[in-house]
Ligand binder design. Structure first.
Ligand SMILES: [Zn+2]
Length: 146
């Protein structure tokens, strides 16, 4: 069950004179070390992100696959705890919940480069494991993407 709402935004590189924006689905993920730091500090967020790193990246992969299947371009954005702290401070929150995760990052101020998903089959996996995508998270997608 994937419960994460899809966040979409106009693709900044594809705005034409007819205002025919294309939209990208943005999938925020937590790299392994950031995931562990996040959950250690705010265990309640595991309900929304997954209780383990493997569960988190499995959820992210499925989310991306579902978005792509619905016709959206998919971009990924890695999140980090210091950046999340800024979001929480802006929101006046000390005990974050799902809404705070969804508000992060503030898409108006994102400067981190997004990554196009999916990677090539033989390219390094997006999750940072160092393995090829086809041998790593790809198999956790919808299962019938070949
Ligand atoms: Zn992976």
């Amino acid at each position: 069950m994937v419960s994460e709402p899809v966040r979409v935004r106009p693709n900044p590189n594809q705005v034409d004179q007819d205002y025919a924006y294309t939209y990208s689905a943005l999938s925020v993920f937590w790299p392994e070390s950031e995931f562990h730091a996040l959950i250690a500090r705010w265990p309640q967020l595991a309900d929304h992100l997954g209780t383990t790193w493997d569960e988190h990246r499995r959820r992210v992969e499925r989310h991306c696959a579902i978005c792509e299947r619905s016709g959206l371009r998919v971009e990924q954005l890695p999140a980090d705890v210091p950046g999340f702290e800024v979001t929480l401070a802006d929101r006046g929150v000390t005990c974050p919940e799902k809404d705070d995760l969804m508000a992060h990052p503030d898409l108006r101020s994102v400067t981190t480069r997004t990554l196009a998903w999916p990677p090539a089959r033989t390219a390094p996996c997006w999750c940072g494991s160092g393995r090829k995508y086809k041998q790593c998270c790809r198999r956790h997608g919808l299962g019938d993407l070949d």
